[in-house]
Design a protein around this ligand. Structure first.
Ligand code: ZN
Length: 137
């Protein structure tokens, strides 16, 4: 019994360490920090952290427009699960997104390639896709 109690303390300590870096859940109905529109479609929701806390967005294009410098988390389009931006592939394609930017994120590279192929899009990390969007050449 005592061993069980100690183990559960270890588990909860680990969980709380992890949660300090983890993006808080985004709830439909919150307002986008940039455009003020209601966050409705969680497949496109995302957030970034700055000195004042987490800022939540209805779309990746709003997040990019804000020029986030801190931690960035995007929703995986297929599962709506938030994940660090470094672990996601971003598609810029010809499909509807909340603010019309045609940006969506995928954990699975094959899924990203598939969507890009069907929407005349391209796949890259967010920094690459966002840079090319700002500076078309
Ligand atoms: Zn927005």
């Amino acid at each position: 019994m005592r061993r069980l109690a100690r183990w559960s303390l270890v588990v909860s300590t680990l969980a709380s360490c992890q949660s300090s870096n983890r993006a808080p859940a985004i709830h439909a109905g919150n307002d986008c920090a940039r455009c003020g529109m209601t966050i409705g479609d969680l497949r496109f929701a995302c957030e970034s952290q700055d000195a004042h806390g987490w800022r939540q967005y209805d779309s990746i294009e709003c997040l990019v427009g804000d020029g986030p410098r801190g931690s960035v988390w995007l929703a995986d389009y297929d599962t709506k699960a938030l994940a660090p931006v470094e672990s996601l592939w971003v598609v810029k394609g010809d499909f509807p997104s909340p603010m019309g930017g045609g940006l969506a994120a995928f954990r699975d590279r094959a899924a990203a390639d598939d969507v890009a192929g069907r929407t005349h899009g391209r796949v890259g990390r967010l920094a690459e896709v966002a840079r090319r969007q700002e500076d078309p050449s």
